[in-house]
Design a protein around this ligand. Structure first.
Ligand SMILES: NC(=O)c1ccc[n+]([C@@H]2O[C@H](COP(=O)([O-])OP(=O)(O)OC[C@H]3O[C@@H](n4cnc5c(N)ncnc54)[C@H](OP(=O)(O)O)[C@@H]3O)[C@@H](O)[C@H]2O)c1
Length: 336
């Protein structure tokens, strides 16, 4: 089968950073679906794995953790899907990725594709949707329909995770949402998805919060550049507030939270699949629920840019763009 992968940890400017190659078609395990991949999306995890995770000599690693496709075959223990079903999923960090014509994926982390979306529009959603959902409901502990009188600050509102988190918070809670964005197009993007207020993360944030009349917030989603923002976030967090981090800060001073008895939470959307936790199937359930909300017109795709067919040349362009930190929603590719 056609696949795109990498053999070394190379910068994206190197023509061999990503290569087209022939890979064997995977064989599905007992709980696996064999999916014919139709469209994929790119996430920062793609370039982080490409540049930071060493490979054994001679191995070609398939990247990609967002896909939409059709079930081609199902393992003997599969209960929820049949060949021909259209699905969307992020997959597992400890298995080959989605940048290939076929992928084996555990049905317990797979959702039914929203019927009202194209395959490209659907591929934009799974990884960031799982992240945003788990962050909001499982880590920050927001109750569905709750949050009245409380505020959520979303740092990096126009990125992949922010674009769906803003929507989930707006549609499924009563929280007031303050998103951060620094450019006219990303400010407008956050507003379109439902942010009540937008402030600029390149300017003093505490001052801007005072100006909009919400100087302190109960909840913070620290989606990007947490190391840079952490002192300000600790400052604008209300006593007994909660902050959830999803990126890779090397050093943050958690003592800043002590006098406020504030709590720090981690969200890593690969935890459930990586450790096969007892509640792993919660990811399939939430993807199905989001699918239904999309089809009901309550949530929208976060597709920002379509980069053409799935091949090494287009994926190199996509990686370069995501690495730049300038994404607005998601970058997708479609077909081989
Ligand atoms: N733990 C997990 O499960 C998990 C899951 C998904 C992602 N992540 C991580 O979370 C981070 C965000 O992911 P993503 O997909 O949302 O990223 P993304 O789509 O690449 O984010 C792009 C956005 O970041 C904003 N941004 C750039 N520099 C910023 C800064 N200094 N302060 C605040 N915002 C800034 C930009 O807004 P402007 O253009 O308006 O400046 C842009 O819209 C990445 O590190 C990713 O690896 C973790």
């Amino acid at each position: 089968m056609k696949a795109v992968g990498h053999r070394a940890n190379l910068p994206i400017t190197d023509p061999n950073a990503l290569i087209d190659f022939d890979a064997p078609k995977p064989a599905p395990g007992p709980r696996d679906l064999l999916v014919r991949v139709a469209a994929v999306a790119i996430n920062p995890v793609d370039w982080k794995v490409r540049t930071r995770f060493p490979l054994p000599a001679g191995e070609t690693r398939i990247l990609g953790w967002d896909a939409c496709g059709t079930v081609e075959a199902a393992g003997a223990g599969v209960r929820r899907f049949r060949p021909g079903d259209q699905v969307y999923y992020a997959g597992s960090l400890v298995r080959p990725g989605s940048n290939a014509e076929f992928q084996a994926v555990d049905e317990r982390i797979v959702g039914r594709k929203p019927k009202s979306l194209s395959v490209a529009e659907a591929a934009a959603l799974p990884l960031t949707t799982i992240t945003a959902w788990e962050l909001l409901f499982d880590r920050l502990g927001v109750v569905r329909g709750g949050g009245r009188g409380q505020s959520l600050l979303v740092v990096g509102g126009a990125g992949g995770v922010g674009s769906i988190l803003i929507q989930l918070a707006r549609e499924l809670t009563q929280l007031t949402i303050i998103a951060t964005a620094s450019r006219p197009e990303t400010i407008q993007w956050c507003q379109q998805f439902g942010a009540h207020k937008v402030i600029d993360h390149t300017k003093p944030m505490a001052d801007q919060q005072k100006t909009i009349g919400i100087s302190q917030v109960e909840l913070i989603a620290a989606l990007t550049e947490t190391e840079q923002h952490f002192p300000v976030l600790a400052d604008v967090l209300k006593p007994q507030g909660r902050i959830c981090v999803i990126d890779d800060p090397k050093a943050i001073d958690v003592n800043l939270l002590k006098r406020k008895s504030a709590s720090l939470h981690w969200e890593f959307m690969f935890t459930r699949s990586m450790f096969e936790t007892a509640d792993i199937e919660a990811q399939a359930t939430l993807l199905d629920e989001v699918s239904a909300l999309v089809d009901a017109g309550r949530l929208r795709t976060t597709l920002g840019d379509h980069y053409g067919a799935i091949n090494a040349t287009n994926l190199r362009r996509a990686h370069a763009f995501i690495e730049s930190g300038k994404a607005k929603g998601k970058v997708v590719l479609e077909g081989f």
